[in-house]
Design a protein around this ligand. Structure first.
Ligand code: ZN
Length: 413
């Protein structure tokens, strides 16, 4: 009965959606190859007893749906899709669905992550072909269940989390080249947008552009090889970023961020350089590390599959040398940034950032500024500021290699 009422309500939403879709131009200008399927509309229907998620697609695709706990989520993995959806879609929910996100998860694969209000069961998940002028549609029906059943179903699911295991070895690394390898790590990406400014700019775009400018400067100097953990709008899991640096034998790992912090968390303004520590230097640093470490949750990566204990042991055993080098580089960055960027009143801090956990690669996380602060945002969006600040960090990398590691075999030349 509830089922019938739900489908009635759902039909009304569906019809409204179709009317809207009919008003739309047949084909939007293609910035991307037409070969990708396009998602044009999402509708939610039903209620707490049975919630339906529908996405209109330009053609039929395969899907793989699975659930994750703590917080409860439903993840749908699909081939790479161009999302041409209205702004703010997914920010509010209906029935069992609280909100949803979508984006590129890796090259060739997109992901939809649905936050659900309570344990659910995926009653149906399918894609129907386009027919009689209707677009193809991805349909997902969710019904409530109890936690025990949810956990049991989750364990039984064939979770092909390829995203967290396939390594995007984007650039090949030339091991015979003696120059130090710098790994630049633009934070977030794809489905994980990072912080969002009140005016709409997102952290993932700001830091990618900045990292590209820095990479260009370092490469131009001829002194370094540069590897980026991502060079486009793709999500890369945190442990994967660490793995890329370790596998490539990196001399230095620089993660770039531009986060936001709630107002009551102190003066969230000015650049800050973070190093790894089991004990956060203050509450603000701890809060930020918590936010950053949640990136994998946002992207629907199951943290349970990652060897946390191993990582913890590695930290404890981490060579003092790595820590010392990280801290020395942090000081270099701060001293070179002093001329160009406004610095946080305590510009060097530490906290348990997962992305800084390589035991053998000196690693820092640079917060360029906070998008939640109006003055910081103004700087962050300025071409001149980005160029000057990239110059300063490049200079800090020069100082680091010439003063601290000149004596080591892989150090500056
Ligand atoms: Zn961030």
């Amino acid at each position: 009965m509830a089922d019938r009422a739900a489908s009635g309500a759902f039909l009304a939403v569906l019809l409204a959606g179709l009317v809207l879709a009919a008003d739309r131009p047949a084909a939007a200008p293609a910035a991307l190859p037409d070969s990708y399927p396009t998602a044009t509309e999402v509708r939610l229907g039903g209620d707490d007893a049975d919630t339906r998620f529908v996405m209109d697609l330009s053609r039929k695709i395969d899907l793989h749906a699975f659930t994750l706990a703590d917080p409860y989520r439903v993840v749908i993995d699909i081939p790479e899709v161009v999302f041409r959806l209205p702004p703010k879609v997914g920010e509010s929910g209906r029935g069992l669905i609280k909100a949803f996100r979508f984006g590129l998860m890796m090259e060739g694969g997109s992901r939809i992550v649905i936050d659900v209000a309570k344990p659910v069961r995926v009653a149906k998940a399918f894609v129907i072909d386009a027919a009689a002028g209707d677009p193809a549609r991805l349909v997902l029906d969710l019904v409530p269940t109890d936690r025990a059943t949810f956990m049991r179903n989750m364990a039984a699911e064939d979770r092909l989390l390829t995203s967290s295991t396939t390594a995007p070895d984007q650039q090949s690394v030339n091991r015979s080249d003696p120059r130090p390898l710098i790994v630049l790590d633009p934070g977030h990406g794809g489905i994980d947008t990072g912080a969002r400014a009140p005016t709409g700019q997102v952290e993932k775009d700001i830091v990618l552009d900045f990292a590209k400018r820095l990479a260009a400067r370092l490469e131009k100097s001829g002194r370094y090889r540069v590897l980026m953990t991502r060079s486009d709008d793709t999500y890369v899991p945190l442990d994967e970023r660490v793995r890329i640096a370790r596998k490539a034998n990196a001399s230095l790992f620089v993660s770039i961020h531009a986060d936001s912090l709630p107002r009551n968390e102190g003066d969230a303004q000015g650049a800050t350089v973070y190093t790894l520590s089991n004990k956060a230097s203050d509450a603000q640093a701890a809060a930020l590390a918590d936010t950053e470490n949640r990136a994998d949750v946002i992207a629907g990566v199951d943290l349970k599959t990652e060897p946390n204990d191993v990582a913890d042991i590695l930290i404890d055993l981490a060579q003092r040398e790595t820590k010392t080098f990280s801290l020395q580089f942090a000081h270099d960055v701060v001293s070179d940034l002093r001329g160009t960027a406004r610095l946080h009143k305590e510009p060097i801090k530490s906290a348990g950032f997962r992305v800084l956990r390589a035991p053998d690669v000196p690693s820092v996380l640079v917060e360029l500024g906070y998008v939640s602060d109006r003055d910081d945002l103004k700087s962050l969006m300025s071409d001149t500021w980005r160029n000057h600040t990239a110059d300063s960090i490049a200079k800090a990398i020069d100082s680091y290699f010439s003063t601290h590691v000149a004596a080591t075999p892989s150090g500056g030349k």
